[in-house]
Design a protein around this ligand. Structure first.
Ligand code: ATP
Ligand code: MG
Ligand code: MG
Ligand code: MG
Length: 469
């Protein structure tokens, strides 16, 4: 059975053989893009090549790119553990053409790799195209011989990609695999498309237009290709599995989690192991790329992910910190492909241990408070925003952690109430400060403190403009 490590290599060598330069993954913190929280697709490191601002000595590239989708426009955090196909950290395999080949070559490459190199039966595959893209539909028909009902025309933004509000854009085609009618879900474009039966494995973007501020759009002179395929998704199907978490690599992490928590990997705690395995990867790779847990921006997203994982470990009965003990298995699995992981191993372990030790001190008490409050509420009632804020302010529970905890019980939080409790807290802090007699403008100081994250209770989401495949 081909491992995820083998599949990554097969992909890269296939495109290398077809004259693509194998380029290393770029870091998760984008180098030249402060508007983007984390690298979330393969094209991020090539933005300037697509716009023609930058030129390199190659016009075709292939990568396995580290991606995190846990904030901003692409936020898959809440899906993790519950769908078969979403991670916060995953690897996106891609091939890129910068004004070199276009659709007529990108589609045959994808089809040959899937059906010849990987040997996927043709009748399990179906594709979508943008509704006006006759060209792509014709190529699919010619190259793959797919019947019309397996070339689905989609009129929505799902099949029209844009780098941002202006700039390069164009139609895309997505390739789906049918895992069989024993799984709930419908084909793309149908009302049941969010199910896990038809899983999107590969997205090919045809950058053929440029969008301007006044709403007009032109054909680009330099037409480019940007593709992205989730390694864990292609891996699952090649390993005869439906679920990404049943691939060799994810399974090894789940078993490591079962080992340190002494909890059956396939018992009722399975969802917790899945979340732990996923969050271990995003946490470790983010730390390896220089992000540290903090109360603002990227660091706060990391802290939220870490604390969520820790709560799930707690639910499995772990009394001592466990996350740091999983790092060696991750390094065993992925350290060869990503040497930065091994180099940062000690720092990752220490950061996890410190964070988990600190959080443990309030986690038990916070969860107890939550249970007590819930038992006093009428059936199905929302948790008052005040309580969620207290958990946040006093016990260090990020709001999404509380929401995650409530989800298991079919409950939700009054988020408007949470926001107003937060606003009231800030107003109170401002008022208290201006009464202190200091000469400095209290409001200004407070805002700076908030920005820099120097006060313990502050943490917030920031929306960022993002690139996507
Ligand atoms: P989906 O519709 O399933 O959420 P997507 O359309 O958001 O996927 P793209 O932005 O097109 O995904 O990313 C390209 C490829 O990366 C997808 O076809 C998929 O194989 C993979 N991928 C995207 N998001 C995730 C994720 N959260 N976890 C694992 N793989 C992912
Ligand atoms: Mg998505
Ligand atoms: Mg999609
Ligand atoms: Mg897609």
């Amino acid at each position: 059975m081909a491992s995820l490590n083998d599949i990554r290599s097969t992909f890269l060598s296939y495109f290398e053989k077809n004259d693509h330069r194998v380029v290393d993954s770029s870091p998760l913190v984008p180098r030249n893009d402060p508007t983007l929280m984390f690298t979330n697709s393969g094209m991020v490191q090539f933005k300037n090549l697509f716009t023609g601002v930058e030129h390199r000595d190659y016009s075709r590239a292939t990568t396995a790119q580290k991606c995190v989708r846990a904030g901003g426009k692409h936020n898959d955090l809440d899906n993790v553990g519950y769908t078969a196909r979403h991670h916060t950290f995953f690897e996106m395999l891609g091939n890129f053409s910068f004004g070199d080949y276009f659709k007529e070559q990108a589609i045959p490459y994808a089809w040959e790799l899937l059906t010849k190199e990987f040997g996927i039966p043709k009748d399990k595959l179906l594709v979508t195209v943008y509704h006006t893209d006759d060209e792509a539909a014709d190529i699919w028909k010619k190259v793959a011989g797919l019947p019309d009902d397996k070339i689905i025309r989609i009129p929505t933004a799902d099949n029209f990609w844009q780098m941002g509000p202006t700039g390069p854009c164009g139609p895309c085609t997505e390739i789906f695999y049918d895992h069989g009618d024993h799984i709930w879900g419908g084909p793309p474009g149908s009302p049941e498309e969010d199910g896990d039966r038809f899983i999107e494995i590969w997205n090919l973007v045809f950058m053929q237009n440029e969008q301007f501020e006044d709403g007009s759009m032109i054909e680009l002179e330099m037409q480019s290709i940007d593709t992205g395929m989730g390694l864990e998704r292609i891996g699952a199907l090649l390993q005869g599995k439906h679920d990404n978490y049943d691939t060799d690599l994810m399974r090894a992490l789940i078993e490591a989690s079962a080992h340190v928590t002494h909890a059956d990997p396939d018992g009722p705690g399975n969802v917790h192991h899945r979340v732990i395995a996923d969050h271990l990867r995003s946490t470790s790779f983010l730390i390896a790329d220089g992000v540290m847990p903090s109360n603002e921006g990227r660091g706060y997203v990391l802290r939220r992910i870490m604390r969520r994982a820790m709560r799930h470990a707690h639910l499995l009965g772990a009394t001592d910190p466990v996350m740091h003990r999983l790092v060696p298995e991750l390094v065993r699995q992925m350290g060869q492909a990503y040497p930065e992981l091994g180099r940062a191993q000690v720092m990752i372990e220490e950061t996890l241990l410190t964070e988990e030790t600190r959080f443990k001190a309030t986690l038990d008490r916070g969860l107890k408070l939550l249970d007590d409050e819930l038992s006093e509420l009428p059936d199905g009632a929302e948790l008052p925003g005040e309580t969620a804020f207290r958990l946040y302010d006093t016990y260090g529970f990020p709001l999404d952690l509380t929401q995650d905890a409530l989800r298991e019980k079919g409950r939700s939080v009054d988020t408007a109430g949470f926001d107003s409790a937060m606003a009231a807290q800030k107003a109170k802090a401002r008022a208290a400060w201006s009464g202190s007699g200091e000469a400095a403008d209290a409001t200004v100081w407070y805002d700076i403190a908030e920005e820099k994250g120097t006060t313990e209770f502050l943490g917030y989401d920031t929306e960022h403009a993002e690139g996507q495949v």
